[in-house]
Design a protein around this ligand. Sequence first.
Ligand SMILES: CC(=O)N[C@H](C=O)[C@@H](O)[C@H](O)[C@H](O)COP(=O)(O)O
Length: 221
Amino acid sequence: MNALLESLRGSLVVSCQANPDSPLRDPYIISRMGLAAVKGGAAALRIQGFEDVEAVRAVTDLPIIGLTKTDRDDTDVYITPTAAEATRLAALGCEIVALDATLRPRPEPLAELFAAVHAAGALVMADISTLEEARNASALGADIVGTTLAGYTPQSRALHTPDWVLMDELRGADLPFIAEGRLNSPAEARQAMERGAHAVVVGSAITRPDVVTRWFAAALA
Ligand SMILES: CC(=O)N[C@H](C=O)[C@@H](O)[C@H](O)[C@H](O)COP(=O)(O)O
């Protein structure tokens, strides 16, 4: 395995993303959340969008997993759908570029996206939702897969919990994976590691206070 990925073994990656309607949707705020995550022990950060990547790159040398979220009319693929976006993320200093590696119709072939990321000197984190997608991404040369999209595609199990079954499948198939998606407590992050995750990405539970507030409010309703 690549040395940078090896250095992330067993570690916590914090995703600092604010939804478009969030009051925290501002590159400066995202960069401060990134610094707070670094202070708390994050080994890397997952950052969305060019402006946020620039703001975070300016304040930390920790590895950045960069992505874009682009709504398009011609595809359901929204995480870094094009090589141009992937290449720009790498040029802005993302060591790892995350992109949708599902088998859904997409604007550009997956192999070309992977090649563009590698040519730009970055690594590919292939965001998948099923074992089949993980196998395909791995065969095409993804450096690591992430369970990011499990529960968010018609092909995957609809869940309100982490996709433990997918993690077991990936481990069983010997496919190194980063666990990501609905890891909402330290215990769940730990469990993902025990189920064979190389590292875990936690987002909402750490960096979306609006979402976490909703969990508490719903529990009291
Ligand atoms: C499905 C999708 O678009 N996931 C995005 C991917 O970058 C983010 O919105 C998530 O916050 C991230 O995956 C971390 O997950 P969670 O916030 O559940 O810890």
